[in-house]
Design a protein around this ligand. Structure first.
Ligand code: AMP
Ligand code: GLY
Length: 428
């Protein structure tokens, strides 16, 4: 069958790479893809948020499966549209994607389901929001309710910072309609982990638990980014914690959705957890794979992903069909200097073939484009270099060997991906 993959980042290159290994697949179309997907798939210039054109493309290409990478087309209802035409889609419906598209919806659902999470209040009036923040105490977390491309969360250390964040969203309209309502949330402390599972609405199959590195610089300094690296499995997520996630987070959330309005969640459900001194609490749900978590987790998936995705879309997911292979994976993101702020584009990238041909190194493209026969930078996060190994230390070592083979003007990356896990294992 032909498969359409929607999106253009590192996550989507990892999806295309994994899907291409399935004997069920005759061809892959990526919309819009990047210079990496172009090596395996046929890129078509259709934006990931242009749902009308994507639906048309899936029909014209007679795709047997559509796999949606990012959250925006899911929140816009691409799954519902394609389902009407009888096209199988891996990714939740618009109603199910509310777990990510509205943080207040997700909070209400968690309360209904008894899922542990931070206390929070919603407000659409700036004065009310500020007084709620004062009540909660500082630091406090201010979140835009809707989708904000990972930029909608501010941790405010004092009242002045809280007022500024609230005014940004509610008065200045920095996030458009996504910021017409804000959540004022209790600040949690602890270690974060990303627990991702495939689900057909009832059955839950966990992928290798992972940890993302959201800050731009070593030692978790600098501004928040989309993610500068990830590794899996994350030792902070013990087998007991996975069982806790199943029984206290995933299963109650899926049944609360069914009970609320009959919503059946099919696709990937991603729970961002904070392991607090009082136990794990959910920081957020995402309705898709993480980026860069996918670049670490998908190489560890020991299954035909297309078979598993098709079973998920039919409501016949068998968790036993989704094993994780032994060993570890670490992904180091190579970014453009300045990211997550302004950065230059169009820099020629050298060393891609050398790095890609190394043992236990996979180079996933993110912000890249082909220009006159060479690959150039076209985004903030440019590449995700994944290393594989029998343990985390060797996976990290392979990732950095790959990274050091790649050169472009202004290339930056963190040198401490996996540091927390290595310390836990007694390594420097
Ligand atoms: P979110 O998009 O809700 O995951 O928030 C992005 C990041 O903000 C998370 O990965 C955390 O690092 C941080 N964050 C969100 N909510 C909280 C919270 N209640 N307490 C502390 N940090 C938080
Ligand atoms: N890496 C965080 C996310 O994908 O939301």
């Amino acid at each position: 069958m032909k498969v359409l993959v929607v999106g253009s980042g590192g996550r989507e290159h990892a999806l295309v790479w994994k899907i291409a290994q399935s004997p069920l697949v005759s061809a892959i179309v990526a919309a819009p893809g990047n210079a990496g997907t172009a090596r395996i798939a046929r890129n078509v210039r259709v934006a990931a948020d242009d749902v009308d054109s994507l639906v048309r493309l899936a029909g014209e290409e007679e795709c047997g499966l559509v796999v949606v990478g990012p959250e925006v087309p899911l929140a816009l209802g691409i799954t519902d549209r394609l389902a009407e035409l009888g096209v199988p889609v891996f990714g939740p419906t618009r109603a199910a994607a509310r777990v990510e598209a509205s943080k207040s919806f997700a909070k209400d659902l968690m309360l209904r389901a008894g899922v542990p999470t931070a206390r929070s209040w919603t407000a659409d009036d700036p004065d009310e929001a500020v007084s709620r923040a004062r009540e909660a105490g500082f630091p406090v977390v201010i979140k835009a309710d809707g989708l904000a491309a990972g930029k909608g969360v501010v941790i405010a250390g004092d009242e002045t910072e809280a007022e500024a964040a609230i005014a940004d969203a509610l008065i200045r309209g920095r996030f458009g309609p996504s910021g017409d309502v804000v959540l004022i949330e209790e600040h949690l402390t602890g270690e974060e982990a990303s627990v991702l599972a495939l689900t057909d609405g009832e059955n839950v199959a966990f992928l290798a638990p992972s940890q993302d590195h959201k800050r731009a610089q070593d030692g978790d300094a600098g501004p928040n980014t989309g993610g500068m690296g990830a590794y899996a499995p994350a030792p902070v997520v013990t087998p007991d914690l996975v069982e806790f996630a199943r029984s206290a987070v995933f299963e109650p959330t899926l049944s609360a959705l069914r009970e609320l309005d009959g919503t059946i969640y099919r696709g990937v459900l991603y729970a961002g957890l904070m392991i607090t001194p009082e136990g794990p609490k959910v920081l957020e749900f995402n309705c898709r794979l993480g980026d860069p978590e996918a670049q670490a987790v998908l190489p560890l998936l020991d299954a035909d992903i297309v078979e598993v995705m098709m079973a998920t879309t039919r409501g016949e997911l068998d968790p036993a069909s989704v094993p994780t292979r032994a060993g570890a994976a670490a992904c180091v993101v190579v970014a453009s200097e300045g990211y997550p702020g302004p950065y230059e584009k169009g820099k020629a990238i050298a060393g891609l073939d050398t790095a890609s041909s190394m043992d236990d190194v996979i180079v996933f493209h993110a912000g890249t484009a082909d220009r006159d026969g060479e690959v150039v930078t076209s985004g903030g996060r440019v590449l995700g270099v994944t290393g594989l190994g029998s343990d985390l230390a060797s996976a990290i070592e392979r990732a950095y060997v790959g990274v050091r083979a790649i050169r472009f003007d202004g290339a930056t990356y963190r040198t401490d991906i996996g540091h927390r896990a290595l310390r836990k294992c007694g390594m420097p």
